[in-house]
Design a protein around this ligand. Structure first.
Ligand code: ZN
Length: 207
């Protein structure tokens, strides 16, 4: 059983979370629902929605992306990390490699994730025709990530970020998820002339 204090704290956490979970027009309704729950109903609600209780700490944004609580534009995924498009990129195709575990320091980023980053960087270079691709570690809320930045001119991690439109991001996902199609040499065209029967000119019969 939750104590009244716990119930209150959790309700407040949920209400904060509502903004990121529910569409705007349903937020008020959801908030009212949460406020009206008693502690039993609240516990039930948490169980049904598989929401883990976080005591006091704000959930890390990257962990939320990994768990799917926050929407993202995913390029690829393996057992240890996911690659998603940065929605405020410094260059076209700017990608974030997010370790699935909340890893604090560069030293703890496993080799497999570095390899995964290199794979993604090759893919970006090939598909987007950038001059090169830089891999840069950065960290937010204590979660270590790797920026994969295609460089077309001289963009870098400190370049100005600009919000990418949904269309841009979707078309990038499409470009990047296209399978490599092997170029098959065009088939030799053999031109065969169809023999047309010679037309016979028949003189009109003169009666
Ligand atoms: Zn995290």
């Amino acid at each position: 059983m939750l104590t009244p204090e716990q119930t209150e704290t959790i309700k407040n956490q949920l209400i904060e979370k509502v903004a990121s979970i529910f569409p705007e027009d349903k937020q008020d309704f959801a908030i009212d629902q949460i406020k009206s729950m008693n502690s039993e109903e609240l516990e039930d609600f948490l169980k049904k929605n598989d929401i883990a209780l976080q005591q006091g700490t704000q959930k890390c944004i990257f962990c939320s992306i990994v768990s799917g609580d926050l929407p993202s534009y995913k390029i690829e995924e393996n057992a240890n990390a996911i690659a998603v498009l940065e929605i405020n990129p410094v260059s076209k195709g700017h990608t974030l490699i997010i370790p699935k575990k909340h890893i604090h320091s560069i030293d703890n980023v496993p080799k497999s994730i570095q390899k995964f980053s290199e794979k993604i960087s090759k893919k970006l270079k090939l598909k987007l025709n950038s001059k090169k691709v830089d891999l840069i570690f950065s960290e937010l809320m204590g979660h270590q990530i790797i920026n994969v930045i295609p460089v077309y001119e001289n963009e870098n991690i400190n370049s100005e970020k600009s919000k990418a439109s949904e269309e841009e991001l979707k078309s990038l996902i499409e470009t990047l998820s296209k399978k490599e199609t092997k170029k098959t040499p065009p088939k030799k065209l053999t031109i065969t002339k169809e023999k047309t029967p010679e037309k016979l000119w028949i003189p009109k019969r003169i009666p």
